[in-house]
Every structure is written in structure tokens, then in C-alpha cells.
Design a protein around this ligand. Structure first.
Ligand code: C2E
Ligand code: MG
Ligand code: MG
Ligand code: MG
Length: 288
């Protein structure tokens, strides 16, 4: 009897796995047509100066408008795109779209683009970046590439070579999700990034765990002593803003300032100026 139940359980799991596999294949197939169907869109979220609230950069964040499932967040399809080799095409689309947008912005804001490890490791990645910048006439210094420590895992020497080639182009380089990985610190020795982005999990715990403030302070000092800019992500409350300002973080990003949104509105100069005034006021209030 026990054996029978066991077999039934196995069959049940097999069926469930089969269903999962099929769902995965379906999404994979749908994703492969998402670019030609115009279902992918970039949202942009401002990254503001940590002292003044002035907008300095916009991070491009991809969204998939699925005809049935609605707005799909990147966490639900970027990993799949990585596993199925679609990331090359999607990543190229992101880079091209973001650079085209930035070249037309009413202010010389930078655009920050996330690059997945597999995309980064593709041969000719740095040359591709150069070509995109040239095509849109975007000065290299206005592009920030956000990479994670994942790029170092397979072949750190090669990763440093690609980073160096990008640096030579004049592109800025940020180490994203800092503090969450296995050995972020050791990667700071391998390559001198322009900035680190402290993972939002730290900011989320700021008011709740006394030690978190100590850790974020230490990361900020470490970054500054290494000559790096420090950005904190996930700032949602005035209390977090006040704490982080005291630490001297160079840049901040989070729902308190703005959620990621399509760029359409902000690309009108008048509305961009209103937005800048609103953000400056947010900082004026805390310092008072
Ligand atoms: P990330 O690069 O660390 O991006 C920050 C994420 O935090 C974004 O989530 C953003 O919407 C979210 N966020 C910003 N401020 C706040 C806040 O105050 N509170 C909270 N709870 N969240 C906040 P999103 O857009 O869902 O993106 C998730 C991740 O997907 C990104 O993490 C990035 O790793 C990846 N991703 C997004 N767009 C792209 C892309 O175009 N290419 C690649 N390769 N990866 C992307
Ligand atoms: Mg990022
Ligand atoms: Mg991050
Ligand atoms: Mg992340």
C-alpha cells in the first residue's frame, strides 16, 4: 500500500513537472515574439543626487506587456531569457532603446542600463556598445552599465578585459546589488568601478535593525575610500532618506522619489522641470 501511494506521488509530481515545463516552453515561445509584436517597453526611474535631490540619471527597467498576463516584471522573464539565449536579442534591444531615448532627453541626464551576465559575456559586447552609442550620437559618458558580480563567475579575467574595454570607450560602470552576493568585496579589487549600488534589501531593513545602519555606513565609507560613488536603492520613506543623508550617500533611488514609469511625460521639458522642483523640495524638507 505504501509502495502504491509512493508511485502515485511520483506520478503526481511527474504530471506537475510536465505542466511546469509546458508553461515554461509557452512563455519562452511567447517571449521570442515579444520584440516584433512591440510588447517590450522600458520604464525609467530617476536616480537623484544624495544631497540636493537633483535628477542625475534614469535607470532603464524593462517591462513585458503580455496580451493576457498584463505587465510582467523582469524577475519573471529575464532569468528565462538568460537560460534560453534570448537575452542577447533582448539586451541589445534594451541598450538600443535606452540610448536612443537618452539622446533625445531635454536634459543631459545619464541613462543606466542593466546588463545580464550572459549578455555581458557574449563576444563583441563592448564593440556592440560602441556601435549603439555611435548610432544615436550619445556621448559615452552619459551611459552607465549596471552589472552584477555574476559576470565574474565563469571567467573573471575575461570579465575584467571587457570592463576595461568599456572603460576605454568612456562608459561608466556600476556594480549593482552590492552586498547580496558571495564575494562582492573581492570584485572591488579586480576592477575599479565608478560606483556601487547598495542593494535595496539593506535600505528595507534600515529602521528595523540597528546593525543595518552600521553596515550601510561601512559600505559607504568603503566605497568612498576606494574612490567610488555610492548609490542606495529602494528608498521609500522620509525616515530612510534622513538616515541615508547623514551617511553621505552620493545618489539615491526609490519609490519615495519616483516609481519606474514610461518616459513619455518627462520628455516634455516643462514637466521635467516640475519634477525636478518636486524632488528638490523633498530634500529641502528633510534638511530643515
Ligand atoms: P535592479 O537593477 O536592482 O533594479 C532595481 C529594482 O528595484 C527595480 O525592480 C525597481 O523597480 C525596484 N525599485 C526601485 N525603487 C524601489 C523601492 O523604493 N522599493 C521597492 N520595493 N523596489 C524598488 P524591477 O524593475 O522589477 O527590476 C528587477 C530586476 O530586474 C532589476 O534589479 C534588474 O536586475 C533586472 N532588470 C530590469 N530591467 C532589466 C533589463 O533591461 N535587462 C536586464 N538584464 N535586467 C533587467
Ligand atoms: Mg540595476
Ligand atoms: Mg539593484
Ligand atoms: Mg536587483
Amino acid at each position: 500500500r505504501v509502495k502504491d501511494e509512493g508511485r502515485g506521488t511520483v506520478r503526481f509530481f511527474e504530471a506537475a513537472m510536465d505542466e511546469q515545463l509546458q508553461a515554461r516552453r509557452r512563455i519562452e515561445h511567447e517571449l521570442s515574439g515579444a520584440i516584433p509584436r512591440g510588447e517590450l517597453q522600458l520604464y525609467y526611474q530617476p536616480i537623484v543626487n544624495g544631497r540636493t535631490g537633483e535628477i542625475e540619471t534614469f535607470e532603464a527597467l524593462i517591462r513585458w506587456h503580455h496580451p493576457v498576463r498584463g505587465c510582467v516584471p523582469p524577475a519573471d522573464f529575464i532569468p528565462l531569457a538568460e537560460q534560453t539565449d534570448q537575452i542577447g536579442r533582448i539586451g541589445a534591444w534594451v541598450l538600443d532603446t535606452a540610448c536612443a531615448a537618452a539622446a533625445a532627453w531635454p536634459h543631459p541626464w545619464r541613462v543606466s542600463v542593466n546588463v545580464s551576465p550572459k549578455q555581458f559575456r557574449q563576444p563583441g559586447f563592448a564593440a556592440g556598445v560602441a556601435a549603439v552609442l555611435g548610432r544615436h550620437g550619445l556621448p559615452p559618458g552619459r551611459l552607465v552599465l549596471e552589472i552584477t558580480e555574476g559576470v565574474f563567475i565563469q571567467d573573471a579575467t575575461m570579465a575584467v578585459e571587457v570592463l576595461t574595454a568599456l572603460r576605454t570607450l568612456g562608459v561608466r560602470l556600476a556594480l549593482d546589488d552590492f552586498g547580496t552576493g558571495y564575494s562582492s568585496l573581492s570584485y572591488l579589487q579586480r576592477f575599479k568601478f565608478d560606483k556601487i549600488k547598495v542593494d535595496q534589501s539593506f535600505v528595507r531593513r534600515l529602521g528595523r535593525h540597528a546593525d543595518t545602519l552600521t553596515i550601510v555606513r561601512a559600505i559607504t565609507h568603503l566605497g568612498h575610500n576606494l574612490g567610488l560613488q555610492v548609490t542606495v536603492e529602494g528608498v521609500e520613506t522620509q525616515e530612510q532618506l534622513a538616515m541615508l543623508r547623514e551617511l553621505g550617500c552620493d545618489q539615491m533611488q526609490g519609490y519615495l522619489f519616483a516609481r519606474p514609469a514610461p518616459m513619455t511625460e518627462l520628455s516634455q521639458a516643462g514637466s521635467a522641470d516640475r519634477e525636478r522642483a518636486r524632488l528638490r523640495a523633498l530634500f529641502g524638507e528633510t534638511s530643515a
